[in-house]
Design a binder for this molecule. Structure first.
Ligand code: SAH
Length: 235
C-alpha cells in the first residue's frame, strides 16, 4: 500500500518544490488540493496554480473548498471529507497526495488530516518543503539568524511591547499572518524606527513585493500572503 503523501509545494514559485515532491506528484493518481471561494464567486488556489505550472495533469487534481478567514468548524468539515476520500482511495491501492503551500508541517492546518490518518494507522508521509519566510529571506539576501542568535516565529497575534522585548534580547523575529496584527506593527514602527524591518508580500509570485523602508511599511494594509522579518539594528 502506498502511504498518503503530504507534498509541500513551496511558497509560490513553482521551481521551489523539492525534486522528491515533484516526482511524487508526477506519478500520483489523485492530488487533493485546497481552493477558496471568493466573495464574488471566484475559485482561487495558489496550490492549483503551482501544480499547473509544474505540468501536473489536470485530471489528477481534485480541488476541495476551504472557507476564508477563521471558520474553523467549516474547515474541519472539509478536511474530514478529504480524510474519508483519501483513505478510501489509498485502501484501493491508489497513489494519493495532499498538497500544502510552503511546508506542509509549518502553520499548515492541513496537518489535521495527517494526524487523523496516522491515528487510524493509515500510512502517511510528509515531504518537506521551503517555508515562505525562508524564501523571503533568500529574496532579500538576508542572514535571517546568525551565530548564537535565536529566532522567534510569531503567527500573527502580537504587540509592539512583545516585539520590543524580543529585540532587546537580540532575537530575530518572523511575523506571519500579518493581517491579524496590522495596528500593532504600525505602532511598533512608530515607537522603534531604528529596528530593521523587512516586509514581504506574495513571495515567489508575479505580485511579489519586498520593502525595507519602515515609513512605507507603516502605511500598508497587509494582505493574507505577507510576512515581516524584524532584526535588531545592524551595528
Ligand atoms: N505552510 C506555510 C505557512 C502557512 S500560514 C509555510 O510553510 O510558509 C500562512 C502565512 O504564511 C501567511 O499569512 C503569510 O504570513 C505566510 N505566507 C505564505 N506564503 C507566503 C508568500 N508567498 N508570501 C508571503 N507570505 C506568505
Amino acid at each position: 500500500m502506498h502511504p498518503v503523501q503530504f507534498v509541500s509545494l513551496g511558497p509560490g514559485e513553482p521551481e521551489l518544490i523539492t525534486v522528491k515532491g515533484l516526482k511524487v506528484l508526477q506519478t500520483a493518481d489523485r492530488i487533493f488540493c485546497p481552493e477558496t471561494l471568493t466573495k464574488d464567486g471566484r475559485r482561487i488556489s495558489r496550490a492549483v496554480d503551482i501544480l499547473l505550472q509544474l505540468d501536473i495533469p489536470e485530471n489528477t487534481i481534485y480541488r476541495f473548498s476551504l472557507p476564508m478567514n477563521k471558520q474553523r468548524e467549516k474547515a474541519l468539515e472539509a478536511y474530514n471529507q478529504v480524510y474519508i476520500d483519501a483513505s478510501t482511495l489509498q485502501q484501493k491501492g491508489e497513489k494519493v497526495c495532499i498538497v500544502a503551500e510552503g511546508d506542509a508541517g509549518f502553520y499548515s492546518s492541513i496537518h489535521y488530516i495527517y494526524e487523523k490518518l496516522q491515528t487510524d494507522c493509515i500510512p502517511v508521509e510528509h515531504i518537506a518543503g521551503i517555508p515562505a519566510f525562508i524564501a523571503a529571506g533568500a529574496k532579500a539576501g538576508l542572514h535571517i539568524a546568525s551565530q548564537e542568535e535565536q529566532l522567534t516565529v510569531i503567527p500573527g497575534i502580537t504587540t509592539a511591547e512583545e516585539i520590543e522585548k524580543l529585540i532587546n534580547r537580540k532575537r530575530a523575529i518572523v511575523i506571519m499572518k500579518l493581517s491579524q496584527c496590522t495596528d500593532e506593527i504600525h505602532r511598533c514602527i512608530r515607537l522603534h524606527p531604528e529596528y530593521c524591518y523587512h516586509y514581504f508580500e506574495n513571495v515567489g509570485t508575479p505580485e511579489e513585493m519586498y520593502i525595507n523602508d519602515s515609513k512605507r511599511i507603516a502605511t500598508l494594509r497587509f494582505p493574507y500572503f505577507s510576512l515581516l522579518i524584524i532584526r535588531p539594528k545592524a551595528f
